[in-house]
Design a protein around this ligand. Structure first.
Ligand code: MOS
Length: 763
């Protein structure tokens, strides 16, 4: 065991190395744009240089003269595609803006032309020679720009159902002895996955194959089919690996159907790899948010009133909102709660999910305000969380399926040496460096969605698992193999896993941290079907079959585990009794409480996530506690983060190695979202300024000298058969608040607007 492969505690699987590790580090892993195509044409996008207005005319003469150019497509010669609905409004799309449909321009960097050429270089050269005349209208850039419109999210967006409230906030707040009322702000951020937004489309007769990095191959297949007006069964999406996504590859972007239709027109495969800067505008992003938080408490620290109002930027046509008050209103015990989420429209591309979509901005506000309240109360911030810890959420009184928040605080505080902290702000230093310790809660909804799987067992004990899951760096191949190996009682080496292909049985979007819970639950169910067939063959008596059935459901009992009332099974004998060479089973699994039409939606590429606050008469969340040390130079104001410590409880841990890796990456990103990352928008023209990885700051190793992840043992048999609470997004929630809480401790200065840059410090 090593730091990278933590010793499993109770209810944890083995920290086996990633199934795809060697392929990735040796460059043998084939990403979508690596797939060789026969005689491809290369596409290069031309995107708008204005954010609002229209294209008056193109001058394409010079571009057409570039050797190797095949065609240039604009709204004047593009075939019409069908309109499609927004992902979060029951459809598939990242945006309802359809580029190349008309001369209109709705946002900066909108696709306005596509150059097709015999080589990437020729297409790029020609694209740079396309001349565009625009009629420009003054665009609305963001919150403080002229021309914004604001309205409540409720009623505009199918995914946003309510503004949670309970009791009488005004009365509770009035009566509170200690109050905090503050405004917080988070910036625009872009996912910037290493793998660019690529797509390759190839037709074989009326069959379309799409090679594209996707977090949702069933969504992409069905969404593109809808836009092209073809049968979804004629469309196949393949991608064995996704080189980072973080939400940006979950919905269908307009590029795919455009490239598919051009490939059909050319009767030739077409390959597109968009540039880094184009990725800022042809896909989604995390929009900037503003928050007003009011907390009222008694002298004892007990919350009496909590109000959280959030404002989020969206595009002119689309009412997207992350809507995090569903979490912040339920995190702590409080009798009087009010909330409201508003969508503010500007002339921007439509935002979307970005890792831990609502919790990253919304818990920044709440966990900063909790720290401010602790200061007002002269109380340790951990004790404030302890006093307001609860096993039932306050809005509807539903019990948490499990909640180990304070155990996480205790473990992390011990590892961090929190007891050495002098609580007085600006009291700790080391030479020129002011030292600050801060902490915050993290939580993330435990979500699941229906999934199907096919499992084949051979007489020699080898297993093949097929499910259209997604390897987005999360360890999907590895944990799916572990689920099958554990359930069938075979060595992990015996299991091969096929994912990332829409011809496989459907899995939901790899988003909302549901993948491991959903895919492993489905795979375990189908493994049980395999076991049943074998058991029936060798133990046909009624009683034995019933006993075998009893093991189906919650639990992780291998076939040979007699302790769980199961029967040891002679596999070869069972195969001979059945008279078959392989046993193969297909099965569908849906989470508890999923509606009856769930499987229909699953095949149509609509992932209906169940869980979090919407988990029947219960509420399901994973929890953690995060601690940050900052050091701020008195002379230069340089801010360093020498230590990050997080402790997390997430139900059954399939693999402590992949789990730690996810949480470590999250902690680093959380720190980065406080100190480094922000997309700057020019308020005059509503264009992104730092749309490249030189100017958009991301952390490097030297920015995070020490990151410690502690996995707590937790068992939750209520969430799903795998007992898994998702953890892919848990790590980077609350970190931004912990950083600012540490900065306050170091300096006495409260920073409520991210990112924290040294020019904001007044020391
Ligand atoms: Mo994640 S933002 O739910 O892909």
């Amino acid at each position: 065991m090593s730091t990278a492969a933590p010793e499993p505690k109770a209810n944890m699987g083995q920290p086996i190395p990633r199934y795809d590790a060697v392929a990735k580090v040796t460059g043998r892993a084939e990403y979508a744009a690596d797939v060789p195509l026969a005689n491809p044409a290369y596409a290069y996008l031309v995107t708008s240089a204005i954010a609002k207005g229209r294209v008056d005319s193109f001058d394409l003469d010079e571009a057409r003269r570039v050797r190797g150019v095949i065609d240039i497509i604009t709204h004047e010669n593009m075939v019409k595609l069908k309109d499609a609905k927004l992902f979060s409004n029951g459809g598939y799309m990242s945006t309802t803006v359809q580029p190349l449909k008309s001369a209109d321009i709705a946002h900066d960097g909108q696709i306005i032309a596509v150059v097709l050429a015999e080589s990437f270089e020729a297409a790029r050269d020609a694209a740079h020679r396309v001349k565009v005349s625009y009629s420009t209208m003054p665009p609305t850039a963001s919150f403080d720009s002229q021309g914004t419109t604001a309205a409540g999210a409720k009623g505009q967006l199918a995914q946003f159902k309510e503004d949670p409230e309970v009791g009488d906030f005004a009365k509770g707040f009035d009566s509170a002895e200690v109050k905090v009322s503050a405004e917080y702000e988070t910036p625009t951020q872009h996912h910037n996955p290493m793998e660019l937004f690529a797509t390759s489309c190839a037709w074989n007769g009326d069959q379309l194959t799409i090679y594209e990095p996707s977090q949702y191959v069933y969504g992409l297949k069905n969404g593109v089919a809808e836009q092209l007006g073809v049968d979804a069964d004629k469309v196949r999406v393949i991608n064995a690996y996704v080189g980072g996504a973080f939400g940006s590859k979950g919905s269908v972007t307009p590029r795919t159907a455009i490239i598919a239709s051009l490939a059909r027109r050319l009767n030739r495969p077409v390959k597109l790899v968009a540039t880094r800067d184009q990725g800022f505008t042809i896909a989604t992003y995390r929009a900037e948010t503003r928050h007003q938080v009011k907390l009222g408490a008694g002298r004892d620290g007990k919350l009496l009133a909590l109000r959280h109002d959030g404002h989020e930027i969206s595009s002119r046509p689309d009412p997207y909102a992350v809507g995090g008050t569903k979490t912040t209103t339920r995190l702590y015990a409080c009798p009087n709660v009010a909330s409201m989420v508003s969508i503010v429209r500007a002339d921007r591309n439509t935002p979307g999910f970005m890792r831990s979509p609502p919790e990253v901005p919304y818990l920044f506000a709440l966990e900063s305000a909790m720290d401010e309240l602790a200061i007002e109360l002269n109380m340790d911030p951990i004790e404030l969380r302890r006093i307001n810890d609860t096993t039932t959420e306050p809005i509807k009184g539903k019990p948490y399926t499990s909640r180990s928040l304070m155990a996480c605080f205790d473990e992390a505080a011990k590892a961090f040496d929190w007891s050495k902290r002098n609580p007085t702000p600006r009291s700790m230093s080391d030479g020129d460096w002011l030292i600050g310790y801060g902490c915050a809660t993290t939580c993330y909804p435990t979500q699941m969605a229906p999934a199907a799987a096919r499992v084949r067992l051979q007489r020699d004990g080898r297993v093949r698992v097929q499910i259209a899951g997604h390897e987005i760096g999360n360890g999907a191949y590895t944990v799916i193999a572990q689920a099958a190996a554990e359930r069938l009682g075979v060595p992990i080496e015996n299991v091969s896993v096929m994912i990332g292909d829409s011809d496989l049985p459907p899995a939901p979007v790899a988003g909302g941290s549901n993948s491991t819970a959903s895919t492993c639950s489905a795979v375990m169910k189908v493994c049980d079907q395999v076991r049943q067939r074998l058991l029936k063959a060798v133990m046909p008596e009624e009683g034995v079959i019933n006993r075998a059935k009893e093991t189906v459901g919650v639990g992780r009992t291998p076939v040979t585990d007699a302790a769980h009332g199961d029967q040891a099974l002679d596999r070869e004998k069972a195969f001979d009794a059945l008279g078959v060479g392989v046993v193969e089973e297909y099965g569908e699994w849906k989470p508890e409480g999923a509606p009856l039409d769930s499987f229909h939606a699953m095949y149509a590429g609509h992932a209906r996530l169940i869980g979090g606050p919407e988990f029947g008469d219960k509420i399901a969340y994973a929890f953690g506690a995060e601690f940050v040390e900052v050091r701020i130079n008195r002379n230069t104001r340089e801010i360093r983060v020498p230590r990050l410590v997080g402790a997390f409880a997430c139900g059954h841990i399939m693999n402590p190695r992949t789990a730690r890796s996810q949480l470590m990456g999250g902690l680093i990103w959380g720190m980065s979202s406080a100190l480094l990352e922000a997309t700057e928008i020019d308020p005059r023209n509503a264009r992104y300024v730092n749309d490249n990885l030189a100017d958009y700051l991301v952390p490097v190793n030297a920015d995070v000298p020490s990151v410690e992840v502690i996995l707590l043992s937790e068992q939750d048999d209520q969430v799903n058969p795998a007992g898994v609470k998702g953890l892919g997004e848990l790590g980077n929630v609350g970190t931004n608040a912990a950083v600012c809480n540490a900065i306050f401790h170091a300096t006495g200065q409260r920073i409520r607007k991210l990112p924290v840059r040294l020019e904001k410090l007044e020391i």
